[in-house]
Design a protein around this ligand. Structure first.
Ligand SMILES: Nc1ncnc2c1ncn2[C@@H]1O[C@H](COP(=O)(O)OP(=O)(O)O)[C@@H](O)[C@H]1O
Ligand SMILES: [Mg+2]
Length: 235
């Protein structure tokens, strides 16, 4: 039984259908990369999984329970967290305050212990713990966003384009920290424009196009597939 099972989910906005029977599975301890052209529906999948968008049909189970139709705050309590593509930090709060906000929904959280773990994972954040997040670089802000999500001690993290807009060296750092997060036992479902690099680190990947599943396989299989390379990896 996979940790996350998205089964034939259709969804959209208003009466505009975006997703048609999308299926995705994520096992505990897997890194899964979701790739595909702009507008394919990748972010919409993330929003449906995290309860920001109610599926029209299909099922979503997480850790053995049905989560389709639950609100995000309820889904968080089941052990899933989500880092959206934009506006993912409180710019007027310090790094440390952002982390504390991350744990806010849990009443019994060991906040100090969690903070220490996040600072070990992102030493840069420890150094700058009293800086306002809005004054930090794009890469550091992404670390704050991921750190805040990890404050919940989740089983799984959803990352929507964690490397968007970052310089190549910073992209490498973010990807390294994703591998490290996974090594600490979390499942990762990530959406990436940086498709080639994300497939290199993913255990498996899914290509989504026009709101539908197109191809799936191990990261290597997708990288070696000439058609995937031509259509979705820029040759
Ligand atoms: N909040 C929204 N309201 C209406 N349409 C939306 C909204 N968000 C996304 N869409 C539309 O849904 C489709 C899929 O978008 P999205 O899931 O963001 O794609 P991707 O993340 O793969 O680039 C696009 O046609 C987009 O214009
Ligand atoms: Mg998107």
């Amino acid at each position: 039984m996979p940790l996350l099972q998205v089964e034939k989910v259709s969804a959209g906005y208003g009466d505009m259908q975006v997703l048609t029977e999308v299926s995705i599975q994520v096992s505990a301890h897997e890194i899964i990369s979701l790739i595909g052209p702009n507008g394919a529906g990748k972010s919409t999948v993330m929003k449906a999984v995290f309860g920001l968008l109610k599926p029209w049909s299909g099922s979503i189970t997480f850790d053995g329970g049905n989560i389709a139709g639950l609100a995000p705050y309820e889904i968080v309590k089941t052990g899933m967290c989500y880092v959206p593509q934009v506006a993912n930090v409180f710019t007027e709060l310090t790094v440390e305050e952002n982390l504390e906000m991350g744990a806010f929904v849990l009443d019994d959280a060991d906040v100090d212990g969690r903070k220490q773990e996040i600072f070990e994972l992102f030493p840069r954040l420890a150094e700058r713990r009293r800086q306002k997040a809005g004054k930090m670089s794009g890469g550091e802000r992404q670390m704050v966003a991921m750190g805040s999500a990890l404050m919940l001690n989740p089983k799984m993290i959803l990352l929507d384009e964690p490397s968007a807009g970052l310089a190549p060296r910073v992209v490498d750092q973010i990807f390294e920290s994703i591998v490290e997060i996974n090594k600490r036992g979390l499942a990762v479902l990530m959406v990436e424009q940086n498709a080639r690099q994300s497939l290199e680190m993913a255990h498996r990947g899914y290509v989504l196009a026009n709101g539908e599943n197109r191809v799936e396989g191990s990261g290597q299989e997708l990288l070696n597939d000439p058609q995937v390379a031509r259509l979705y990896l820029g040759g």
